[in-house]
Each structure stands twice: as structure tokens, then as C-alpha cells.
Design a protein around this ligand. Structure first.
Ligand SMILES: NC(=O)c1ccc[n+]([C@@H]2O[C@H](COP(=O)([O-])OP(=O)(O)OC[C@H]3O[C@@H](n4cnc5c(N)ncnc54)[C@H](OP(=O)(O)O)[C@@H]3O)[C@@H](O)[C@H]2O)c1
Length: 241
């Protein structure tokens, strides 16, 4: 993708964690960014923080948009087009996890996990695919190593992320003929607010959110002829068990 400075991105779930880290990295490249979250307050507050870094090359806006709702994703895409003139990059990042044995996980927890982590990225891509085709854009989903490695207590989360990995790879085959790049990033442990975590010094061994931001920028800058379609990234030195 050339001329990053003229591009615009939509990042779902950019109010904190990995989505926020990606927003920071894209803004530094001069890419305008629309971030979403479940409430107007969290989304606008995060956008204000992003804009307070004194970057005059690009701007962030915060939008209330729930990835579980297709109409909400359509509205977010429209709002980004109204503000920035188009959408070139979509990062389907919003996600959560409920971890429990299959006996104990509730129907509500199962549904929330699948609706957010699997149907959400589908709605985000469905709502933006015309823009991505028009602009020869890039769609990146944030899956997880849990999208290829299953574990005890992971029934809902593993199902959502295995599904997301498969969905993204199939979409890559559908869209590359139209000049749209599609990749999925599958991180191991990242220092974020995921599952109630409070990022602090105990997380120093983990991947940091800016590392994922850098990885996204590297993908965007890759030669148009090359497409790393499925990227696993893990901490180099996890604590020994
Ligand atoms: N942290 C890790 O170790 C790790 C590893 C592999 C993959 N991942 C994946 O990385 C992604 C980001 O997670 P994170 O670690 O950055 O967690 P996080 O710090 O908890 O951030 C999650 C983000 O998702 C947003 N979100 C949640 N549900 C949403 C919905 N229905 N609609 C719109 N936004 C929603 C949250 O926004 P609001 O709360 O403002 O709505 C927040 O911005 C997830 O898909 C997760 O599965 C994380």
C-alpha cells in the first residue's frame, strides 16, 4: 500500500488495548483513524487522548458502534467516509473472552463471545467491502493463537477464534482477486485490559500493544505483490512454568 499518509482506517474496539496501540501507530504514519467502542464516551475519550499527541498529519475520531450489530457497523463506515472521504484499512480487533468449562459456560457467555469475536468481524468486513474494493484496501483481523491452539476452558473463545481464522483466510481468497489484501494476526499474550487484566510491570514479558501496532504498519508497507496472510506472534521469553 503506497502513500500511507493519504489513507484512512477504521479500527473496531480502539478504546484501549491492541486497537488503541494500532491507532497510535497508524496516526504516526499520517493515517486518519476512526476508532469504535460500545459507548460514545469511551470512544470519544480515547480519540481525544490520541489527538493530544500533537500530530498535525492525521486525526482520530471516536464512534459508538457495537460489532455485534450489522447496522451499527454500516453506520461506522458511513461516518468514517463522511469525515475522511473513504475507508482504505479496516482492523477487526474488538473482542472479549469468557473462559469456563463447557458444562459451566452460560448460553449468554457463549453467544456474546461468538457474536463479538466471529460475527463482529464478518459484519465489519461486509459493511466495508465496497470501500475496500474501490480503494484497493486492506482488511486485518485480530485473531489469536487460541485460533489454532485449543485449551481447557476455551470452548467458546477457541470456537470464536478458530472460526475467525478460517473466516479471514477464506475472505482473503475471495478478495485478493479484487486487489484487496486480507490478513489475520494471531497474537499470544499481549499486555492489555483483556479479561479484566490491569497492564503493569508484571506484564513486561508480554507482547506490548505498540508491537502489534508496528506489525500492522509493516504489513501495510509490504510490497503489493506479497501477502503475509496468517501471522502468529508470541512473546519471545514467556515465564517458565
Ligand atoms: N490481550 C491478549 O493477550 C490477546 C491475545 C490474542 C488476541 N487478542 C485479541 O485482541 C483483541 C483486542 O483485545 P485486547 O487484548 O486489546 O482487549 P481489551 O484491552 O479488553 O480491549 C478490547 C476492546 O474491544 C472493544 N469491544 C469489546 N466488545 C465490543 C463490541 N461489542 N463492539 C465494539 N467494541 C468492543 C472494547 O471497547 P469498549 O470496552 O470501549 O466497548 C476495547 O476497545 C481481541 O479480539 C482479543 O481476542 C488479545
Amino acid at each position: 500500500m503506497n502513500d500511507l499518509g493519504k489513507k484512512s482506517a477504521l479500527i473496531t474496539g480502539g478504546t484501549k488495548g491492541i486497537g488503541y496501540g494500532i491507532a497510535e501507530a497508524l496516526l504516526k504514519e499520517g493515517i486518519n483513524v476512526a476508532i469504535t467502542g460500545r459507548t460514545k464516551e469511551t470512544a470519544e475519550k480515547a480519540a481525544k487522548n490520541l489527538n493530544s499527541k500533537g500530530n498535525d498529519r492525521a486525526q482520530a475520531i471516536g464512534l459508538e458502534a457495537d460489532v455485534r450489530d450489522y447496522k451499527s457497523q454500516q453506520n461506522a463506515v458511513e461516518a468514517a467516509i463522511d469525515k475522511f472521504g473513504g475507508v482504505d484499512i479496516v482492523i477487526a480487533n474488538a473482542g472479549l473472552g469468557h473462559f469456563n468449562s463447557v458444562e459451566d459456560i452460560t448460553i449468554e457467555e457463549w453467544k456474546e463471545t461468538i457474536d463479538t469475536n466471529l460475527s463482529g468481524p464478518f459484519y465489519s468486513l461486509k459493511a466495508s467491502v465496497d470501500q475496500l474494493k474501490k480503494n484497493k484496501g486492506y482488511f486485518i483481523s485480530i485473531s489469536s493463537l487460541a485460533g489454532t491452539n485449543f485449551f481447557k476452558g476455551g470452548s467458546a473463545y477457541n470456537a470464536s477464534k478458530f472460526g475467525l481464522t478460517g473466516f479471514t483466510q477464506a475472505a482473503m481468497l475471495d478478495l485478493r482477486d479484487h486487489g484487496v489484501k486480507v490478513s489475520t494476526i494471531m497474537p499470544g499474550s499481549v499486555s492489555t485490559h483483556f479479561n479484566g487484566n490491569e497492564p503493569d510491570a508484571k506484564d513486561a514479558w508480554k507482547i506490548q500493544k505498540e508491537d502489534i501496532g508496528k506489525l500492522v504498519v509493516d504489513l501495510l508497507k509490504m510490497n503489493p505483490r506479497a501477502l503475509p496472510s496468517k501471522i502468529e506472534v508470541r512473546p519471545t521469553m514467556p515465564p517458565s512454568k
